[in-house]
Ligand binder design. Sequence first.
Ligand code: NAD
Length: 345
Amino acid sequence: MSDRTYGFGLVGCGVIAPTHAEAISRIENAQLLGVCDLNEDAAKACAAEHGAEAYTDLAEMLAREDLDVVNILTPSGLHARLGVQCADAGKHVICTKPIDITLENIDALIEAGDRNGVKIAATHQNRSYPVYEKVRRYIDEGRLGKLLYGNAFVPWFRSDEYYAKGWQGTKALDGGGALINQSIHYIDLLVWFMGKVERIYGFADALLHDIETEDIGSAVLKFEGGRHGMIQGTTCTYNGMPARIELHGTKGNIVVVGDEVALWDVEGDERIEDPMAGRAGGASDPKGGMQENAVVAHVKQIGDVLASIEEDRAPMIDGHEARRAVEVILSIYQASETGEPVVLA
Ligand SMILES: NC(=O)c1ccc[n+]([C@@H]2O[C@H](COP(=O)([O-])OP(=O)(O)OC[C@H]3O[C@@H](n4cnc5c(N)ncnc54)[C@H](O)[C@@H]3O)[C@@H](O)[C@H]2O)c1
């Protein structure tokens, strides 16, 4: 690492912004310089809270030469467009999830990064939770044997008020509902663990809320190598329940509920079974996932982007990696609309 300090800017000063600001404050070679929001009050409040300058005009913030990295934290459908603007200004870009809501937009953002020689990255904080890092290490080391099937279930709840007050659940800005907004954390983990998805059957519907996108999505997947998988993500579960990831290989079963181990039954390891496992997380509270563990994970992922700049390599979750979960989710929507399975290239 050089002794250089990287100047950061945030675009979008809503629910997720304090997590990024706090993470940046904990990274030694990072400093938050500016925050930008179309809502001046939101920008000023965030700036005052985190010791940065407030902007309502992104171009003005991007004109700062001491700004190196911009974190895009606006409604999802704006990520790529704003990211391209930042990349064209020579800034590295870190988008919160989802990196964007269409593959065309994501590809344009990746291309803008290549064209301008800047990094394009995304935060999917769950990948940096110790429990999932350990799962990933076990898969890499072959300790689960041959992976056979894996599932992700996200039985969460969001209220009518949640959908009524914002951009969530709209096609234009959320790009979907329960799958692309909430369940993406666990869909991203599933594809990270299980590998490339080859074929998808799916349904997406609004069963409980009056929204133009889905509050429940269900899918059956075939991964490379013939492995099976299932996804079910909702925001209509009574009271909300913790998310659940299940992985099954020839040498082990792992079940993680609410980011805690519920079952660890792996050859050669002491068996763990914990029926009480399962933090509520974002199960019924949109801010419920924004705890200390999320901040620590953001420190790792934002810190990795700075390391990737110094080491001239791709970030851990670059544009291509972040695109994978979005591609699966959009394929579930397509399968639901057409009634036909989707074969991924
Ligand atoms: N990683 C996570 O766990 C997590 C949690 C919550 C939200 N998110 C993601 O963060 C993003 C924002 O979600 P949120 O809940 O913070 O939303 P929010 O509605 O609370 O905040 C969004 C902010 O962006 C501002 N904004 C809108 N358009 C803008 C523009 N063109 N330029 C500048 N500012 C603009 C709005 O005024 C608002 O203050 C979404 O993509 C969401 O998926 C991630």
